[in-house]
Ligand binder design. Structure first.
Ligand code: F3S
Length: 444
């Protein structure tokens, strides 16, 4: 039987997709990307903000059409929207045969067995359960890099965020489970592991009673064949001196860190339920830059949080201008049913949120361009991501860029390179967020 997967949302959700695909592959299922010929369609949904929910619903409806007309015999909805709106999905979209929540995705085979017998299947309870990831994942990222999910859920309860309600409390995967998966991925060709969780910095606190990320990183660094390790989703207040020291001393760890800060006004940070303030953010970023030479810092911001004044927005602009983050993404605030912030007074107009988002991005574009220009003449190790169609040029990433969210370097060469190869490239030019380069034979 052929299965089509549509994976929406974030990299954590993508890991769940790859685990489900691994379980199906182990049971003899094959995969297709042709909706019209799929026997089974699985939509792994997102429910983070309004647009993500809309995209998930639209995708389910679109796939439901193949149940009516194509060869599709089973439509399965999994992930965050399934967890949050399980009954509504079953009630409103009759073509859906099974729902698997965020803690039950490892029950995919059981669900299919039931559905193919003509029964409905719904499993969304047990939000505190930690689904098994102990399977050879089917990678969808090209095989040269992979996300490594080290924990599930979140305990922080920021007032705007629905994640704890759909992913449950923070639960770390045991270190041996993570290391086994990492070794298996590397043995199968993965050269870069990207550590993800709702929050990676508190890894281990629930099961080992202390922060174990530095220890985990050292263990990962010992894996032969692994070239890069990258850290995403590090909360500023949880970054310790020990973590900084490991990042500084271990050559396999990319000098890159993603620290979502969300805002820069103390009043808004407080209303968001964040455990930090502007001065603390300045201190953390300063410390990282002082201790780790060349570190690339990525962050994310939210515009239009309830009550955000023009002055507070300008404070964010000034902060962005001064801090000169290497990478930055901006979301507009989305009031999520069931979160405290959705009930706050002074909700901001969509248009204002969008204007503020655009203003910050415009400023960041200038900063990013200046930073990119300053790299001209320098040589970096680059991981090749693929070849540009009809051109003698390849796309790659330096340590400063995570896949899908950051920039790329375009390398012109007559050489035949393969995805996942590492080369040394000298930067010869800068585009807005990207670089242009050529192979530096002095290093390669
Ligand atoms: Fe990710 Fe969306 Fe769920 S961002 S954790 S897939 S709500």
């Amino acid at each position: 039987m052929k299965v089509l997967f549509v994976s929406l949302g974030c990299d954590k959700n993508l890991v769940d997709t790859e685990v489900m695909m691994g379980l199906l592959a182990k049971s003899g299922y094959e995969f297709t990307d042709d909706e019209a010929n799929a026997d089974i369609i699985v939509v792994n949904t997102c429910s983070f903000i309004h647009d993500a929910k809309q995209e998930s619903v639209n995708t389910i409806l679109e796939m439901a059409e193949y149940k009516k007309e194509g060869s599709c015999k089973a439509l399965i909805v999994t992930g965050c929207l399934a967890q949050r709106y399980q009954q509504e999905i079953f009630d409103e979209i009759k073509e859906v045969d099974a729902i698997l929540g965020t803690s039950s995705f490892d029950k995919i085979i059981e669900a299919l067995d039931e559905v193919l017998k003509g029964k409905e299947f719904k499993k969304c309870d047990e939000l505190l359960r930690l689904p098994s990831i102990d399977v050879k994942r089917t990678l969808t990222t090209g095989g040269h890099f992979a996300y490594l999910k080290i924990a599930e859920g979140c305990d922080k309860h920021c007032t705007y965020c629905i994640i704890p309600k759909i992913r449950g409390d923070f639960r770390s995967y045991p270190m041996e489970v993570i290391l086994n998966q990492a070794k298996d991925l590397v043995a199968n060709g993965v050269k870069e592991l990207i550590l993800v969780a709702q929050e990676t910095t508190v890894y281990g606190t629930d099961i080992y009673g202390k922060k174990m990320l530095p220890t985990l990183l050292k263990e990962l660094c010992a894996i032969n064949g692994l070239v890069w390790i990258r850290l995403l989703y590090c909360y500023p207040e949880e970054i310790t001196d020990e973590l900084i020291k490991v990042m500084k001393n271990e050559p396999k760890i990319c000098k890159y860190i993603d620290i979502p800060i969300q805002h820069a006004s103390d009043a808004i940070l407080k209303k968001m339920g964040r455990r930090t303030n502007k001065q603390h953010l300045i201190d953390v970023v300063g410390k990282l830059r002082n201790e780790i030479e060349g570190i690339a810092i990525r962050t994310t911001l939210i515009t239009g949080f309830p009550g955000e004044t023009q002055t507070q927005h300008e404070e964010v602009m000034e902060f962005v201008d001064t801090m000169e983050f290497d990478r930055l993404g901006v979301f507009t605030y989305s009031p999520e049913e069931g979160t405290p912030a959705a009930e706050f007074d002074n909700q901001i107009d969509e248009e204002v949120k969008l204007d503020r988002q655009a203003e910050i991005m415009e400023l960041q574009q200038e900063i990013a361009f200046e930073k990119a220009e300053a790299l001209v003449g320098k040589t970096f190790m680059v991981m090749i991501e693929g070849k540009l169609a009809d051109e003698n040029a390849y796309v790659g990433r330096t340590y400063m860029d995570a896949p899908n969210v950051d920039g790329y370097i375009f390398i012109n060469t007559d050489e035949e390179l393969v995805t996942g190869d590492f080369v040394y490239a000298k930067v010869t030019g800068a585009l807005e967020y990207d670089l242009i380069g050529e192979i530096d034979y002095e290093f390669t």
